[in-house]
Design a protein around this ligand. Structure first.
Ligand code: NAD
Length: 495
């Protein structure tokens, strides 16, 4: 049964959408608009304005003013209180936000409700708690004293200022929360630039944040394509950019930030994450593991596994098992609670996946199941399993960010380690075994920012997350993020 849209969602969709600046929805000053398309039927659901330079100027001026006049001076516990209230309100608005997210991204409604909103609230509460854990150090200097004087020194962590969060389309709420909650907890103000494919949810969340007590200007939202993000990065009053998205865009963002005024930046980028199954793994556990690692949200999870390494003698059985499992999935309208497989998030992404399938076939990979677009309206791509023709197959090295698992067998542990470490990325990886000693021996040898054992993709707010190699710079979550949103000031005192 398709979920009936709440009246507040229907009413929200009818509004003239633009940005959210200084505590108010703004229609924007330009004429250019972006159509927001529901990927489950290719139908437009709303339009949103593209930011002009005067919209950008207004957002940054509002954020800077809010930073200087109030937010940087609030007590940590006051900032925490506001973020805790926002977490509660997100949960109260769960259904409406989940419906909006499903409409704009194609995410299954169950995942939007029970994962995206629940997780976003959990992250908000984590960042709220961190607001009161921002500390410096005291240091006893060793410089000699020639008279009676003494010295002491201490460090302070001070908020950077206006932080721009640029986010992708796969989790439009949760990833934006990572950015703005980090900023608000540390005393920075935030401007979120949503993805042009999923611009609606943050506009609503900014309104809810106002109700939670986030003062006007502390959280602004700008819409538009890459140009809007780029204009924000080059603004002289922006102190930091926190970016999540693809590697090429991330490199452009980092380069521009450096060239602007050494603007601080952190990058959470793409990956080609590996899952390695050791010979002791039972076949049914391997099949469950592959499904969990690679196919939730149609594979559109940055940390999801896309490369699967299986002991050579098990490979045929594993491919047969996962093929059967994927062929049972029921594609449907993501607003239908019975559907267990939805569309990919937009048509451009579908075309990229189609091109990847064509390349794989051309190179000689074997398509075990899928490898095509589904014959129905909307952006549906069959869940796909590919057997790579060689370790050099493009699909073992190039991110698809879709429901595509590429498999190859291995013979020795050394081969497994080398294969998992191959390529430019290092966001995440997983090892699957019941042999704890073996897992502990292998953990230091696998190059990834996050390594799971017997699971994949679980993110916890208390556990730092970020990529190594080309998968990014910096860490989110834990208390690690604090260093990236604050500047360290050293104070030396003679007394
Ligand atoms: P993308 O890089 O195309 O776009 C991301 C954001 O950057 C969008 O808001 C876009 O408008 C903006 N943008 C584009 N060009 C820009 C420019 N020159 N300057 C400033 N902003 C610009 O990525 P996408 O297609 O939206 O998302 C998919 C990618 O994101 C995948 O590679 C995926 O792995 C990655 N991702 C990474 C993580 C992580 O935590 N590491 C999480 C989710 C997604």
């Amino acid at each position: 049964m398709r979920v009936a849209l709440l009246p507040e969602v229907t009413a929200f969709l009818k509004r003239q959408h633009g940005h959210f600046i200084d505590g108010q929805p703004r229609e924007g000053t330009g004429a250019e608009r972006i159509e927001v398309i529901n990927p489950s039927d290719d139908q437009p659901i709303a339009t949103v304005a593209t930011a002009t330079s005067s919209d950008i100027e207004a957002a940054v001026a509002s954020s800077l003013s809010a930073f200087n006049s109030s937010w940087r001076h609030t007590l940590p516990a006051q900032r925490a209180e506001v973020l805790y209230r926002l977490a509660d309100l997100l949960e109260q608005h769960r259904e409406a936000l989940a419906q909006l997210e499903t409409l704009q991204s194609g995410k299954l409604i169950s995942l939007a409700r029970n994962f995206e909103i629940t997780t976003a609230a959990a992250f908000l509460r984590h960042y709220a708690g961190a607001a009161t854990r921002i500390t410096g150090e005291t240091i006893t200097p060793s410089i000699p004293s020639f008279g009676e004087e003494r010295y002491t020194a201490f460090t302070r962590r001070e908020p950077l200022g206006v932080v721009v969060g640029i986010v992708p389309w796969n989790f439009s709420i949760m990833i934006a929360v990572w950015k703005f909650a980090s900023a608000l907890a540390t005393g920075c103000t935030a401007i979120i630039k949503s993805s042009e494919f999923t611009p609606l949810t943050m506009l609503r969340i900014a309104e809810i944040a106002l109700d939670a007590g986030v003062p006007a200007g502390v959280l602004n939202v700008i819409n538009g394509k890459g140009e809007a993000g780029s204009a924000l990065i080059s603004h002289q009053d922006v102190a930091k950019v926190s970016f999540t998205g693809s590697v090429p865009t991330g490199i452009a963002v980092g380069t521009q930030a450096l060239q602007s005024r050494l603007t601080r930046f952190t990058l959470e980028l793409g990956g080609k994450n590996a899952a390695g199954f050791l010979p002791d793994c039972p076949i049914d556990k391997i099949i469950d593991g592959i499904f969990e690692s690679g196919f939730i949200n149609q594979g559109q999870i940055c940390a999801a596994a896309e490369r699967f390494y299986v002991p050579q003698p098990l490979l045929d059985d594993v491919l047969t098992g996962i093929k059967q499992r994927l062929e049972q999935l029921q594609p449907g309208d993501p607003l239908d609670e019975q559907a267990d497989y939805g569309p990919v998030a937009n048509r451009a992404h579908l075309e990229k996946l189609n091109a990847a399938f064509a390349k794989a076939r051309q190179e000689g990979d074997q398509v075990i199941t899928g490898g095509h677009v589904l014959d129905r309206p909307g952006c549906y791509v069959a869940p796909t399993i590919i057997r790579a023709h060689s370790p050099n197959a493009s699909l073992l090295h190039e991110e698809t960010f879709g429901p595509v698992g590429t498999f190859i067998g291995y013979d020795t542990e050394q081969q497994l380690i080398e294969a998992m470490n191959a390529g430019p990325y290092g966001l995440s990886a997983s090892l699957w075994t019941n042999n704890l000693s073996k897992a502990l021996q292998l953990i230091p040898q696998i190059n990834a920012g996050t390594l799971w054992v017997n699971m994949h993709t679980l993110l916890d707010p208390a556990v730092p997350f970020g990529g190594i190699k080309s998968s990014g710079m910096g860490r989110e979550f834990g208390d690690e993020f604090i260093n990236d949103y604050t500047e360290l000031k050293s104070v030396l005192v003679r007394y």
